[in-house]
Design a protein around this ligand. Structure first.
Ligand code: ZN
Length: 324
Protein backbone atom coordinates (compact mmCIF):
# COMPACT_ATOMS: atom_id res chain seq x y z
CA UNK A 1 0.00 0.00 0.00
CA UNK A 2 2.73 2.38 0.95
CA UNK A 3 4.48 1.48 -2.26
CA UNK A 4 1.39 2.17 -4.28
CA UNK A 5 0.88 5.57 -2.69
CA UNK A 6 4.47 6.40 -3.39
CA UNK A 7 4.11 5.35 -6.98
CA UNK A 8 1.01 7.49 -7.44
CA UNK A 9 2.75 10.45 -5.87
CA UNK A 10 5.71 9.91 -8.12
CA UNK A 11 3.47 9.85 -11.17
CA UNK A 12 1.75 13.01 -10.05
CA UNK A 13 5.10 14.66 -9.65
CA UNK A 14 6.12 13.68 -13.16
CA UNK A 15 2.91 15.00 -14.62
CA UNK A 16 3.27 18.38 -13.02
CA UNK A 17 5.18 21.20 -14.63
CA UNK A 18 8.85 20.92 -13.89
CA UNK A 19 8.71 24.49 -12.88
CA UNK A 20 6.10 27.15 -13.05
CA UNK A 21 6.92 30.67 -13.99
CA UNK A 22 9.86 32.89 -13.66
CA UNK A 23 9.84 34.29 -10.13
CA UNK A 24 6.38 32.76 -9.75
CA UNK A 25 3.22 34.82 -10.04
CA UNK A 26 3.62 35.92 -6.49
CA UNK A 27 7.09 37.45 -6.68
CA UNK A 28 6.52 39.14 -10.05
CA UNK A 29 3.39 40.82 -8.77
CA UNK A 30 5.11 41.83 -5.57
CA UNK A 31 8.07 43.35 -7.38
CA UNK A 32 5.92 45.43 -9.74
CA UNK A 33 3.66 46.59 -6.96
CA UNK A 34 6.45 47.63 -4.63
CA UNK A 35 8.31 49.47 -7.38
CA UNK A 36 5.45 51.99 -7.51
CA UNK A 37 6.17 53.20 -3.97
CA UNK A 38 9.76 54.22 -4.74
CA UNK A 39 8.76 56.73 -7.42
CA UNK A 40 9.15 60.51 -7.04
CA UNK A 41 6.11 62.70 -6.25
CA UNK A 42 5.56 63.66 -9.90
CA UNK A 43 5.06 60.01 -10.83
CA UNK A 44 3.71 58.18 -7.83
CA UNK A 45 0.11 59.39 -8.12
CA UNK A 46 -0.17 58.21 -11.70
CA UNK A 47 1.33 54.80 -10.99
CA UNK A 48 -0.71 54.33 -7.83
CA UNK A 49 -3.85 54.99 -9.77
CA UNK A 50 -2.92 52.12 -12.08
CA UNK A 51 -1.30 49.89 -9.48
CA UNK A 52 -3.86 47.16 -9.96
CA UNK A 53 -3.09 46.90 -13.66
CA UNK A 54 0.65 46.94 -13.03
CA UNK A 55 0.33 44.20 -10.41
CA UNK A 56 -2.19 41.93 -12.07
CA UNK A 57 -0.53 41.97 -15.47
CA UNK A 58 2.98 41.42 -14.14
CA UNK A 59 3.05 37.84 -15.40
CA UNK A 60 1.58 38.43 -18.87
CA UNK A 61 4.93 37.91 -20.59
CA UNK A 62 5.14 34.44 -19.05
CA UNK A 63 1.62 33.63 -20.14
CA UNK A 64 2.44 34.72 -23.65
CA UNK A 65 5.42 32.38 -23.77
CA UNK A 66 3.10 29.49 -24.48
CA UNK A 67 1.42 31.21 -27.37
CA UNK A 68 4.18 33.18 -29.04
CA UNK A 69 7.37 31.65 -30.27
CA UNK A 70 9.63 34.69 -29.98
CA UNK A 71 8.60 35.52 -26.42
CA UNK A 72 10.74 33.00 -24.50
CA UNK A 73 14.13 34.45 -25.44
CA UNK A 74 13.30 37.74 -23.74
CA UNK A 75 13.34 36.20 -20.27
CA UNK A 76 16.88 34.88 -19.92
CA UNK A 77 20.40 34.69 -21.28
CA UNK A 78 22.38 31.43 -21.25
CA UNK A 79 25.68 33.15 -20.63
CA UNK A 80 27.76 30.01 -20.19
CA UNK A 81 27.08 29.08 -23.82
CA UNK A 82 29.52 31.83 -24.73
CA UNK A 83 32.40 30.51 -22.63
CA UNK A 84 33.75 30.93 -19.13
CA UNK A 85 34.29 34.66 -19.06
CA UNK A 86 31.24 35.52 -21.16
CA UNK A 87 30.01 37.89 -18.49
CA UNK A 88 33.01 40.12 -19.10
CA UNK A 89 33.56 39.58 -22.80
CA UNK A 90 30.04 39.64 -24.20
CA UNK A 91 29.37 42.77 -26.30
CA UNK A 92 27.03 44.99 -24.31
CA UNK A 93 25.23 46.55 -27.25
CA UNK A 94 22.96 44.68 -29.65
CA UNK A 95 24.61 45.58 -33.01
CA UNK A 96 28.05 44.45 -31.80
CA UNK A 97 26.62 41.28 -30.30
CA UNK A 98 24.77 40.46 -33.55
CA UNK A 99 27.91 41.10 -35.56
CA UNK A 100 29.87 38.70 -33.38
CA UNK A 101 27.35 35.88 -32.86
CA UNK A 102 24.46 36.40 -35.35
CA UNK A 103 20.92 37.21 -34.39
CA UNK A 104 19.81 33.56 -34.58
CA UNK A 105 22.35 32.54 -31.96
CA UNK A 106 21.42 35.39 -29.65
CA UNK A 107 17.72 34.57 -29.97
CA UNK A 108 18.41 30.91 -29.31
CA UNK A 109 20.25 31.57 -26.05
CA UNK A 110 18.31 34.51 -24.74
CA UNK A 111 18.28 38.29 -25.06
CA UNK A 112 17.09 39.62 -21.70
CA UNK A 113 19.65 42.45 -21.23
CA UNK A 114 19.01 43.85 -24.71
CA UNK A 115 15.30 43.50 -24.40
CA UNK A 116 15.27 45.58 -21.21
CA UNK A 117 17.07 48.35 -23.05
CA UNK A 118 14.57 48.17 -25.91
CA UNK A 119 11.69 48.39 -23.42
CA UNK A 120 13.26 51.48 -21.89
CA UNK A 121 13.44 53.11 -25.32
CA UNK A 122 9.83 52.21 -26.12
CA UNK A 123 8.59 53.42 -22.74
CA UNK A 124 10.30 56.77 -23.29
CA UNK A 125 8.50 57.07 -26.64
CA UNK A 126 5.17 56.16 -25.03
CA UNK A 127 5.63 58.94 -22.43
CA UNK A 128 6.43 61.41 -25.20
CA UNK A 129 3.28 60.37 -27.06
CA UNK A 130 1.15 60.42 -23.88
CA UNK A 131 -0.01 56.95 -24.83
CA UNK A 132 -1.54 55.49 -21.68
CA UNK A 133 -2.11 52.02 -23.17
CA UNK A 134 1.53 51.64 -24.01
CA UNK A 135 2.86 53.32 -20.87
CA UNK A 136 1.02 50.83 -18.71
CA UNK A 137 1.83 47.81 -20.83
CA UNK A 138 5.51 48.67 -21.17
CA UNK A 139 5.94 49.65 -17.50
CA UNK A 140 4.37 46.39 -16.42
CA UNK A 141 6.40 44.25 -18.77
CA UNK A 142 9.58 46.16 -18.04
CA UNK A 143 9.16 45.10 -14.42
CA UNK A 144 8.83 41.50 -15.52
CA UNK A 145 11.98 41.39 -17.63
CA UNK A 146 14.02 43.34 -15.08
CA UNK A 147 12.96 40.87 -12.41
CA UNK A 148 13.87 37.92 -14.61
CA UNK A 149 17.31 39.38 -15.25
CA UNK A 150 17.92 39.38 -11.49
CA UNK A 151 17.38 35.61 -11.17
CA UNK A 152 20.64 33.63 -11.17
CA UNK A 153 19.09 30.65 -12.95
CA UNK A 154 17.99 32.91 -15.78
CA UNK A 155 21.62 33.37 -16.77
CA UNK A 156 22.63 29.79 -17.47
CA UNK A 157 21.83 26.87 -19.76
CA UNK A 158 21.58 24.81 -16.56
CA UNK A 159 18.44 26.85 -15.77
CA UNK A 160 16.68 24.07 -13.91
CA UNK A 161 19.66 22.20 -12.53
CA UNK A 162 19.01 19.59 -15.22
CA UNK A 163 22.70 19.32 -16.09
CA UNK A 164 23.80 18.79 -12.49
CA UNK A 165 21.13 16.45 -11.13
CA UNK A 166 19.24 19.28 -9.40
CA UNK A 167 16.05 19.35 -11.43
CA UNK A 168 13.42 21.53 -9.79
CA UNK A 169 15.84 24.08 -8.36
CA UNK A 170 14.45 26.83 -10.61
CA UNK A 171 11.02 26.98 -9.00
CA UNK A 172 12.57 26.25 -5.63
CA UNK A 173 14.67 29.39 -5.68
CA UNK A 174 12.28 31.80 -7.36
CA UNK A 175 8.87 30.57 -6.26
CA UNK A 176 9.05 28.38 -3.17
CA UNK A 177 11.55 30.51 -1.22
CA UNK A 178 9.79 33.85 -1.79
CA UNK A 179 6.43 32.29 -0.98
CA UNK A 180 7.72 30.91 2.28
CA UNK A 181 9.95 33.72 3.48
CA UNK A 182 9.29 37.01 1.71
CA UNK A 183 7.04 38.23 4.51
CA UNK A 184 10.28 38.58 6.48
CA UNK A 185 12.13 40.45 3.74
CA UNK A 186 12.90 44.13 4.03
CA UNK A 187 11.44 45.81 0.96
CA UNK A 188 12.37 49.41 1.72
CA UNK A 189 14.71 49.92 -1.19
CA UNK A 190 15.01 53.68 -1.29
CA UNK A 191 14.08 55.92 -4.18
CA UNK A 192 14.09 55.31 -7.89
CA UNK A 193 17.28 56.71 -9.40
CA UNK A 194 18.10 58.03 -12.83
CA UNK A 195 19.96 55.47 -14.96
CA UNK A 196 22.70 57.04 -17.02
CA UNK A 197 23.29 54.00 -19.21
CA UNK A 198 20.16 51.85 -19.51
CA UNK A 199 21.88 49.19 -21.60
CA UNK A 200 24.84 48.86 -19.26
CA UNK A 201 22.59 48.84 -16.22
CA UNK A 202 20.74 45.84 -17.65
CA UNK A 203 24.08 44.07 -17.84
CA UNK A 204 24.79 44.97 -14.23
CA UNK A 205 21.60 43.16 -13.26
CA UNK A 206 22.60 40.11 -15.27
CA UNK A 207 26.06 40.25 -13.73
CA UNK A 208 24.72 40.34 -10.19
CA UNK A 209 22.51 37.35 -10.98
CA UNK A 210 25.22 35.39 -12.71
CA UNK A 211 27.78 35.86 -9.97
CA UNK A 212 25.24 34.48 -7.49
CA UNK A 213 24.73 31.34 -9.55
CA UNK A 214 27.51 29.24 -8.03
CA UNK A 215 26.03 29.48 -4.53
CA UNK A 216 22.52 28.73 -5.82
CA UNK A 217 23.71 25.39 -7.18
CA UNK A 218 26.42 24.58 -4.66
CA UNK A 219 24.38 25.00 -1.47
CA UNK A 220 21.50 22.93 -2.80
CA UNK A 221 23.91 20.13 -3.63
CA UNK A 222 25.59 20.37 -0.26
CA UNK A 223 22.29 20.23 1.64
CA UNK A 224 20.99 17.36 -0.45
CA UNK A 225 23.82 15.29 0.99
CA UNK A 226 22.73 16.17 4.51
CA UNK A 227 19.00 15.48 3.99
CA UNK A 228 17.38 12.12 3.33
CA UNK A 229 15.08 12.13 0.33
CA UNK A 230 11.94 12.03 2.50
CA UNK A 231 13.20 14.95 4.58
CA UNK A 232 14.15 16.98 1.54
CA UNK A 233 10.65 16.85 0.05
CA UNK A 234 7.15 16.98 1.38
CA UNK A 235 3.70 16.93 -0.20
CA UNK A 236 1.17 19.71 -0.33
CA UNK A 237 -2.27 19.88 -1.82
CA UNK A 238 -2.56 22.72 -4.29
CA UNK A 239 -5.55 23.25 -6.55
CA UNK A 240 -6.79 19.83 -5.48
CA UNK A 241 -3.58 18.20 -6.62
CA UNK A 242 -0.99 16.61 -4.45
CA UNK A 243 2.24 18.31 -5.29
CA UNK A 244 5.76 17.43 -4.27
CA UNK A 245 7.53 20.45 -2.82
CA UNK A 246 10.83 21.08 -1.09
CA UNK A 247 10.13 20.58 2.60
CA UNK A 248 10.01 23.49 4.96
CA UNK A 249 13.10 22.28 6.82
CA UNK A 250 15.09 21.94 3.61
CA UNK A 251 13.88 25.34 2.39
CA UNK A 252 14.84 26.98 5.67
CA UNK A 253 18.28 25.43 5.66
CA UNK A 254 18.82 26.51 2.04
CA UNK A 255 17.58 30.01 2.70
CA UNK A 256 19.99 30.32 5.64
CA UNK A 257 22.92 29.23 3.51
CA UNK A 258 22.03 31.73 0.82
CA UNK A 259 22.02 34.38 3.56
CA UNK A 260 19.58 36.86 2.09
CA UNK A 261 20.33 36.23 -1.57
CA UNK A 262 16.70 35.93 -2.72
CA UNK A 263 15.82 39.04 -0.73
CA UNK A 264 18.75 40.95 -2.24
CA UNK A 265 17.78 40.01 -5.78
CA UNK A 266 14.15 40.95 -5.18
CA UNK A 267 15.18 44.29 -3.76
CA UNK A 268 17.43 44.85 -6.74
CA UNK A 269 14.54 44.06 -9.09
CA UNK A 270 12.18 46.49 -7.33
CA UNK A 271 14.66 49.33 -7.31
CA UNK A 272 15.79 48.76 -10.90
CA UNK A 273 12.24 48.51 -12.24
CA UNK A 274 11.24 51.83 -10.70
CA UNK A 275 14.49 53.40 -11.87
CA UNK A 276 13.82 52.39 -15.47
CA UNK A 277 10.31 53.85 -15.29
CA UNK A 278 11.71 57.05 -13.82
CA UNK A 279 14.48 57.28 -16.41
CA UNK A 280 12.04 56.82 -19.29
CA UNK A 281 9.87 59.59 -17.90
CA UNK A 282 12.84 61.96 -17.43
CA UNK A 283 14.14 61.23 -20.92
CA UNK A 284 10.68 61.99 -22.31
CA UNK A 285 10.99 65.50 -20.85
CA UNK A 286 9.19 64.91 -17.53
CA UNK A 287 5.66 65.32 -18.88
CA UNK A 288 2.91 66.26 -16.43
CA UNK A 289 1.20 62.93 -15.85
CA UNK A 290 -1.87 64.59 -14.33
CA UNK A 291 -2.84 65.73 -17.82
CA UNK A 292 -2.59 62.23 -19.37
CA UNK A 293 -5.58 60.13 -20.43
CA UNK A 294 -7.20 58.51 -17.40
CA UNK A 295 -8.39 55.20 -18.78
CA UNK A 296 -7.31 52.55 -21.25
CA UNK A 297 -8.80 52.72 -24.74
CA UNK A 298 -11.57 50.26 -25.55
CA UNK A 299 -9.22 48.68 -28.04
CA UNK A 300 -6.59 47.97 -25.43
CA UNK A 301 -9.15 46.59 -23.00
CA UNK A 302 -10.27 44.24 -25.71
CA UNK A 303 -6.72 43.18 -26.46
CA UNK A 304 -6.13 42.36 -22.80
CA UNK A 305 -9.33 40.34 -22.69
CA UNK A 306 -8.34 38.43 -25.81
CA UNK A 307 -4.88 37.72 -24.44
CA UNK A 308 -6.39 36.39 -21.25
CA UNK A 309 -8.91 34.23 -23.08
CA UNK A 310 -6.23 32.86 -25.36
CA UNK A 311 -4.20 31.83 -22.38
CA UNK A 312 -7.10 30.26 -20.57
CA UNK A 313 -8.21 28.32 -23.63
CA UNK A 314 -4.74 27.46 -24.84
CA UNK A 315 -2.81 24.35 -24.12
CA UNK A 316 -0.22 25.64 -21.75
CA UNK A 317 1.71 22.48 -21.50
CA UNK A 318 4.72 22.66 -19.28
CA UNK A 319 7.66 23.59 -21.41
CA UNK A 320 11.10 23.70 -20.07
CA UNK A 321 12.61 27.08 -19.92
CA UNK A 322 15.45 28.12 -22.10
CA UNK A 323 14.99 25.66 -24.96
CA UNK A 324 12.99 27.44 -27.58
ZN1 ZN B 1 9.66 35.56 -17.27
Amino acid sequence: MVRRTQLILLLLTLLLPIHGYAWGFFAHQRINRLAVFTLPPEMIGFYKKHIRYITENAVNPDRRRYAVEWEAARHYIDLDIYGDSALYKMPRFWPEAVALYSEDTLQAYGIVPWHISLMKFQLTQAFKERDLDRILRLSTEMGHYVADACVPLHTTQNYNGQLTGQRGIHAFWETRLPELFSSEYDFFVGQALYIEQPQLRAWDLVASAHTALDSVLYFEKELTQEFDEEKKYSYEVRNNLTTRVYSRAFSEAYSRKLSGQVERQMRLAIQATASYWYTAWVDAGQPDLRTFPKALTAQEQQRLEMEKKEYEAGQHKPREEGNP
